[in-house]
Design a protein around this ligand. Structure first.
Ligand SMILES: NCc1[nH]cc(CCC(=O)O)c1CC(=O)O
Length: 312
């Protein structure tokens, strides 16, 4: 199919990372289709505006994507580029996640100006993260550390570290790598120590379900292995009814026809961490995610999550 003179407008947040991801998709689209025009439509979202309230308290779900979705529904934009980690489970009527691009490094990263890794942190050191998932896993590993809230976009978080407000902070490696700040990563935290969030490191593209012309243009950006991994992870998260601010980790790997999925649900104080894993055929990725969620529920995840939601 040729799409001569087709215009693709990308709704995007204005953070450095969101703009990088939108520019990445723009470059990919232009690479695969020489005859199209791609424009960025930058906008602010509720999540960018309410920066001083812990996300768990404002009910997190979709905070960073609602305005982008409205722009597509209104016809002011054609696609929205998201970090898969921040994409809610369900989509508004008329929109769907059409494309998942190849995943960047999914691990969490240890960032500090003084210490080389978590093991080197002295007793009582202050670690910045607002992620309940990172918090519970670090607390389980090092109960002596003091975890403090850390909000804002990647650059804001790094500035707070450089200010001396924290001894170390934990960020997604993918964000730092994309923003060309690889050298800020002192150590990668392996999934055995900090199981990543579902979708971490993957970029997804949402569009109108009936927009066949745009969907055809997006087709070459799809990465099937990443799709399988993220589908398994998101299915687990969905069955646990986890929003984007929950102490839940989900991480899948694909090896040939096999998908291996690990899941974790933790109490925020790190006092209890439930882990389970499952393997099966890639065709069953989503069913495996649901089964793994049910294993975790049977182990007591429902009680832990009920406590988290009650305290939020
Ligand atoms: N919650 C914010 C967010 N959403 C996506 C990323 C990083 C990039 C990615 O996971 O694709 C980050 C920052 C972070 O967790 O450090």
């Amino acid at each position: 199919m040729t799409n001569t003179n087709k215009l693709v407008r990308i709704a995007t947040r204005k953070s450095a990372l969101a703009l990088w991801q939108a520019e990445f998709v723009k470059a990919q689209l232009e690479h695969f289709h020489k005859d199209i025009t791609v424009e960025l439509v930058p906008m602010s979202t509720q999540g960018d505006i309410i920066l001083d309230t812990p996300l768990a308290k404002i009910g997190g779900k979709g905070l960073f994507v609602k305005e982008l979705e409205q722009a597509m529904l209104d016809g002011r934009a054609d696609i929205a580029v998201h970090s898969m980690k921040d994409v809610p489970v369900d989509f508004p009527e008329g929109l769907a996640l059409h494309t998942i691009c190849e995943r960047e490094d999914p691990r969490d990263a240890f960032v500090s100006n003084t210490y080389a890794d978590i093991a080197q942190l002295p007793q009582g050191a202050i670690v910045g993260t607002s992620s309940l998932r990172r918090q519970c896993q670090i607390r389980a590993l090092r109960p002596d550390l003091e975890i403090r809230d850390l909000r804002g976009n990647v650059n804001t978080r790094l500035a707070k570290l450089d200010d001396g407000q924290y001894d170390a902070i934990i960020l997604a490696a993918a964000g730092l790598i994309r923003l060309d700040m690889h050298e800020r990563i002192k150590a990668f935290i392996e999934p055995e120590v900090s199981l990543p969030a579902n979708g971490q490191g993957a970029v997804g593209i949402e569009c109108r379900i009936d927009d066949e012309a745009t969907k055809a243009l997006l087709a070459p950006l799809e990465h099937s292995e990443t799709r399988i991994r993220v589908n398994a992870e998101r299915a687990m998260n969905r069955r646990l009814e986890g929003g984007c601010q929950v102490p839940i980790g989900a991480y899948a790997l694909v090896d040939g026809e096999q998908v291996h999925l690990r899941g974790l649900v933790g109490a925020i104080d790190g006092s209890e961490i439930l882990r389970a894993d499952i393997s099966g055929n890639t065709i069953d990725a989503e069913a495996l995610g649901v089964q793994l969620a049910e294993q975790l529920l049977a182990l007591g995840a429902d009680k832990i999550l009920a406590d988290v939601y009650r305290d939020a």
